[in-house]
Design a protein around this ligand. Structure first.
Ligand code: CU
Length: 599
């Protein structure tokens, strides 16, 4: 653990007081809440909190702050004052995380996001009845409710572990304890934590509430990277200040700004952050796209030349660890596309001294370009957005993120991977690609507008083929689909809408088998994957085919699958799956594999 280096917004006391007095903000909001780095500053690693003797005990406060632009920031602050600490644990370690919801309705309620505006799906709000104040039983779902999802980890979907459908922690609640053990067979790599209250996760994640989880030991999965300096980079998107009232619409204006480890890279100057590296040093980068809504497609250029990076893992699963393919290799890629929630861990050969090096995201096209878009297909707007781009609030133009400068004496990165140690054993269960699925299902993403002329009436849907499309209903007690523990299924996910969606399921990873009906061979599993948009006229919808794994004994219970573009998730694009215990009398389709009982 090291001292937190933060720079604070410098605002004169007078201007600050006048600003908040004018908007009627409560005085309890201070500059120290959810601090952010200044534009153009050096990217430093998030603070690390490491498990000791098999236990990591963390007290986190969940806070908000209204910034000088009137935009609400959210953050996790540890008892030691660290913002968004990286939680580092070994497989088998116990995590005890006490979360105190310190959102102040007096602050957030008076800012530009009135609570009612967060409810993108009015049906959900009306049917979601107030419940007892037991955090495990749900309760009033407001902009001040929260909970935590441990994205990518295979831990039980039960309250106090990784349950996100019912758990709602209110500001009035005592600190809420999350307590679970990292599975001993958890794959080493990058995971993350973020809020998941349906209807409000977009605003909270956009505001900056997210942090990395590192399961240690990736050098045991790939000995090539042992000893490399490791760097944790977290990309976040954030709302932008409203354009001037008479500003000319700018088609290059992004839907959201980006930041890297809380160093903002704001439109329109895109002043890049600064990553300092030792000249020509090889590093191991662990990159999380913690954006609520924004896709990135990362590229490294040295003196204008595109560089290859050596991919070791996606979504916390190192190559060759769970797919039966050879290990101890990297995939050299010229760009890294990450949907919201995606992670990539890769080797970077640092630039030599004097080389002009940049990290940038190229444009990501999230929908067809249509000159009539504004009149024929309403563009869904985030109800939480302060500004609404009249053209496209999903616009994702190319932009720099950071310049990489060499410095022999830089103190970053502060951590290095250890020596390789003993290789991680092969998984006990048969490799997913070789397992015969018990059934195949088809789902589809679609969008509807209650009023075709009003983009604010967008409803986002994920539907199993043959069922009636309906936005996610948080008050529903029955799951959308049921499987049995031990099942392996193939899911085809179609996109029948004209924008991209990022399919994600909690508690388990999947194997991508096909894209648009064409087999693909990916030597890793994922937990979040993009599904390309439909162009509006091709007879066949874009699709992916996934092999879904419900064999893990720990995931019995109910949990969600959804689009990880949180604007869409909040707008209804979510369903629940219930994993029932394996049948007592094994049938052909539900027989647990012989190896499972030994697990
Ligand atoms: Cu989506």
């Amino acid at each position: 653990m090291r001292l937190l280096r933060q720079s604070y917004w410098v605002i004169s006391a007078l201007a600050f007081t006048t600003f908040f007095a004018a908007l009627g903000f409560a005085e309890t909001s201070t500059t120290e809440t959810c601090p952010r780095e200044t534009v153009g500053s050096i990217v430093t690693s998030p603070p690390d909190l490491r498990s000791q003797n098999g236990v990591l005990k963390v007290d986190l406060s969940f806070r908000s702050f209204v910034d000088p632009n009137g935009i609400t920031r959210y953050c996790y602050i540890s008892a030691g004052g660290y913002q968004a600490p990286t939680l580092r644990l070994n497989p088998g370690d116990l995590l005890i995380l006490n979360l105190k919801n310190e959102l102040d309705p007096a602050i957030a309620g008076s800012n530009s996001h009135p609570p009612s505006a967060h409810v993108v799906n009015p049906n959900a709000a009306m049917t979601h009845k107030a419940r007892a104040p037991d955090a495990c039983a749900g309760g009033a779902m407001t902009a001040f409710s929260t909970n935590v999802h441990f994205h990518g980890l295979t831990i039980p979907p039960i309250c106090h572990q990784d349950e996100t459908v019912r758990t709602l922690i209110q500001p009035s609640s005592l600190a809420f304890e999350y307590r679970f053990r990292i599975p001993t067979d958890a794959t080493p790599g990058m995971y993350w934590y973020h809020p998941h209250p349906h209807g409000f996760s977009e605003a909270q994640v956009l505001g900056g509430a997210s942090g990395a989880i590192i399961i240690e030991g990736i050098e045991r999965a790939n000995r090539l990277i042992a000893g490399l300096p490791e760097r944790v980079l977290i990309l976040r998107d954030q709302l932008m200040p409203a354009p001037a009232p008479n500003a000319k619409p700018d088609p290059s204006r992004p839907g959201k700004d980006l930041s890297i480890n809380f160093v903002p890279v704001p439109y329109p100057s895109y002043t890049p952050a600064v990553i300092k590296v030792r000249p020509s040093e090889r590093e191991f980068w662990r990159v999380l796209n913690a954006s609520a809504d924004t896709y990135v497609d990362l590229k490294l250029r040295y003196d204008g030349k595109l560089q290859f990076v050596g991919v070791v893992a996606f979504d916390g699963i190192p190559i060759g660890l769970q797919d039966g393919r050879p290990r101890n290799r990297v995939l050299w890629e010229s760009h890294i596309a990450l949907p919201p929630a995606g992670r990539a861990e890769f080797v970077v050969n640092g630039p030599a001294e004097g080389v002009m090096a940049t990290l940038m995201t190229q444009a990501v096209v999230t929908g067809p370009v249509s000159p009539n878009q504004a009149s024929t297909a309403p563009v869904a707007k985030s109800a939480a957005a302060v500004d609404v781009n009249p053209v496209d609030d999903d616009n994702t133009p190319p932009r720099p993120i950071a310049v990489i400068t060499t410095d022999v004496n830089t103190s970053e990165p502060t951590a290095s991977l250890p020596a390789p140690g003993a290789p991680i054993p092969d998984p006990e269960l048969p490799v997913l690609a070789t397992v015969k699925p018990v059934r195949e299902r088809k789902f589809y993403f679609s969008e509807e507008f209650k009023d075709p002329k009003d983009p604010n009436t967008a409803i986002f849907l994920i539907t199993e083929e043959g069922k009636t499309p309906a936005a996610f209903d948080p008050s529903a007690t029955a799951p959308n689909i049921t499987v049995h523990q031990g099942d392996v299924e193939d899911w085809i996910i179609e996109n029948r809408s004209q924008e991209t969606h990022a399919f994600h399921i909690h508690q388990t990873h999947f194997l991508v088998l096909e894209r648009h009906g064409v087999p693909v061979e990916e030597p890793y599993l994922r937990d979040t994957v993009n599904v390309a948009f439909w162009d509006g006229f091709t007879p066949q919808y874009p699709s992916i085919k996934l092999r879904m794994d419900f064999r893990d004994l720990r995931i019995v219970g109910m949990f969600p699958y959804h689009c990880h573009v949180l604007q869409h998730e909040n707008g209804g694009m979510m369903g629940t799956i219930q994993v029932l215990p394996a049948s007592q009398i094994p049938t052909a389709s539900h027989a647990p594999s012989p190896k499972q009982s030994a697990k």
